[in-house]
Design a protein around this ligand. Sequence first.
Ligand SMILES: [Zn+2]
Length: 434
Amino acid sequence: MKRGFLNSDKAKKALSSTSPKVYDASADKPPLVMKLPYGKVANAGRPEGYNSLQVPIMEMAAECLDHPEGAVLYTSIPIRRSRSSYDDEPTGWSECFITSSVKRQIYETVGFCRAPPQPERVNFRVSLTSDMGLGMFATCSLKMGDLILSERPLIVSPAATRVTFQKPSGFTDEQYTQAILFEREKALEECLKRMFPESRKAFYALANSHTEDGSGPIVGRIRTNGFTVGKGFYDKQYGETSGAYSATCDKLSRINHSCRPNTTYTFDVASFSFQLRAMRDIKSGEQLFCSYSTVTLPAADRKRQLAPYGFQCTCASCSGDTANSDRVRTNHIDLISVNRAEYDIWAGIPRYLRNNSILQSSLDLLSDVENEGLRATAFYPLLLCTISEIYAQLGDTANANLYLGRQEAWKIARNQEPFKWDEIIAKAKRNFKF
Ligand SMILES: [Zn+2]
């Protein structure tokens, strides 16, 4: 057992006889979530003298949706019977540690629980990279929007670490964090016990970049490999971000990071599965990447977001002079909105009086945006739409359709309709005094 760092004998005595108290949120107004440590933490693990919580966690019948409000439960999605086997559910089950309200949100989703869509053929492999451990590679050429993988997560649990008990007397903040990590690990052990042996083996085969910060083997792997799923279900009392969930997969969790990703993933609550799709045309043999960080942030902020994963991104946007990359990323909404406003003015000018430089400036902007890997952002389709309309105005139907087609591919890849831009463009026009 790892040793903690409670040094005073007096405090040890007090703790050995006192179990931590569960929070009464209304009375104590606790912090809702806790920021977790990473890297090498001195004296990581359960603090010495810490008496573990004995909070019963409800485990209800799979069909039950009227659990008490606020109850936390273990459940398999879709419903798993005691005699179920993989033949019954070839896409597998997700072991979930969720609140009663989230379970209801999932079950009330229109179309739940349909089968996940599947690609026509296997079009990727997982194999060793030269410098990033395992990774995913395309095994055939892919077009933007193509479905690469559809997968149910192995495990789903709250994304943020929620504070559920008061700081024991005599504990430092660091010890408190370690105790919370310990409780979280213990709570998730039940999910692993519920898995089929194949799924459990797949989970423990995943990488873990949190071996020295007090995270247990389950929490560490979830922190390393989990994808946030916040759209469609989350704990409303914590808000959309802190109330979100983290989903860890067998295959999808093997994809490596790039700030210039060539894929995008979405989570479909109805089929309770991720879809990984090509965000641009991809050649057979290319490694597939998604972004673990927010692509619209400057390099320094992305570096901070990536630090807990234990690697430094060396993509072209992170190395060397990052000034131009940062400019495009952080200003891409303004750049695309202004471009659209310029287009609107240009389109209103009689054709024989026009200067057609708008085409080249729009293509240059597209090249900048694409080079920075911003294809999955909400404003990218507006730029495609503008370019398609410029070509249409110039009578180039072939190119107009080409860019229109890419806008359609974006909708498929992101599984959503583009924004309503009218208001945003009107604002851009006001700001830039067109
Ligand atoms: Zn990078």
